[in-house]
Write a new protein. Structure first.
Length: 70
């Protein structure tokens, strides 16, 4: 049951991630994008969300939008 819940959550987050990446492509010149690598990306994401001036934080795999990236 736990595995099923985890798979459902992962599938849902994958669809959200794809939409968020498309939104990044629509940014204006006033917006700046920085890319960082980290271990547990949820922990790193939480830290960057606290930084003044950061308007959005997106986590993902370095392989991009591919099936089974890890």
């Amino acid at each position: 049951m736990l595995v099923g819940a985890m798979l459902t959550a992962l599938a849902h987050s994958s669809n959200q991630q794809r939409g968020r990446v498309e939104e990044m492509n629509e940014r204006t010149d006033a917006d700046k994008i920085a890319t960082f690598a980290g271990g547990c990306f949820w922990c790193v994401e939480a830290d960057f969300e606290k930084v003044k001036g950061v308007t959005e934080v997106i986590s993902g795999y370095s392989g991009g939008q591919v099936d089974n990236p890890s």
